[in-house]
Design a protein around this ligand. Structure first.
Ligand SMILES: Cc1cc2nc3c(=O)[nH]c(=O)nc-3n(C[C@H](O)[C@H](O)[C@H](O)COP(=O)(O)O)c2cc1C
Length: 216
């Protein structure tokens, strides 16, 4: 265990708060933004299918189009960028891109490849809702990493679920295959976030089984 890394991560996690007031007109250097997005994409995902896609909105005109979609939350226009985290509801289709290379390079055998592809295909055919569930589940992991990566670089964020999905899809011509997971505003804080508390772990952790617990 590396204590130096652990304490840095703890600090980043504990200092992240949802910031809703940003210094306007701050452009995040492209290299920094790309690094944040790349770090977000190191998140784990089912079968490494990497369900996330990031629609990055920085142009004033597009922020103005996003503003009513996000019910006029001012942070949309004041932040440096709005990242629309999308989830791939048909992520099973990229399985060959992920495992084909491993097969060709000899990293996995044909048998392992066939098993993996078969499992993925069966899982995606197993229910009508699995594609959306997987897209949101896995996309959310990347969203969280994005917020922490941004914080570690000195930027702040706010996750936003308050937006009109249909309008977003229509306005930004999001293909049917992708489901909006959340928006994330990203920028330079103009002031501290509101305070927010958390339940103590006694309220959120259930040991072993609910049977012997007072938790509901
Ligand atoms: C899925 C999700 C949706 C949220 N939607 C909004 C939103 O639409 N507008 C907003 O200002 N904050 C939104 N928030 C931020 C929460 O209010 C915030 O995370 C919570 O109050 C805890 O505060 P903290 O993030 O500063 O710790 C959302 C957070 C999550 C995770």
């Amino acid at each position: 265990m590396n204590n130096i890394q652990t304490s840095t991560l703890n600090e980043t996690i504990r200092s992240r708060h949802s910031v809703r007031k940003y210094v306007p007109n701050v452009r995040i250097p492209e290299a920094e933004l790309n690094e944040i997005l790349e770090l977000a994409g190191t998140a784990p995902s089912s079968w490494n299918l990497q369900h996330w896609r990031f629609l990055v909105i920085q142009e004033e005109e597009n922020k103005q189009r996003m503003l009513p979609i996000a019910y006029n939350q001012q942070q949309i226009v004041d932040s440096s960028a709005v990242i629309v985290v999308l989830g791939d509801t048909q992520a099973g289709l990229v399985a060959d891109e992920i495992y084909g290379e491993a097969l060709n390079s000899g990293a996995i055998t044909q048998q392992v490849y066939d098993t993996l592809i078969g499992n993925i295909q069966r899982a995606y055919a197993s229910s009508a809702t699995i594609g959306v569930e997987e897209a949101i589940r896995n996309g959310s992991l990347a969203a969280m990493q994005l917020m922490l990566a941004a914080k570690a670089k000195g930027y702040d964020t706010c996750p936003i679920g308050g937006f009109n999905r249909d309008e977003l899809v229509k306005t930004f011509q999001v293909p049917d295959r992708y489901v909006p997971v959340m928006l994330i505003t990203l920028g330079q804080a103009a002031g501290p976030a509101h305070g927010s508390g958390r339940f103590p772990i006694e309220r959120t952790v259930i040991h072993e089984t609910f049977a012997s617990s007072a938790a509901e």
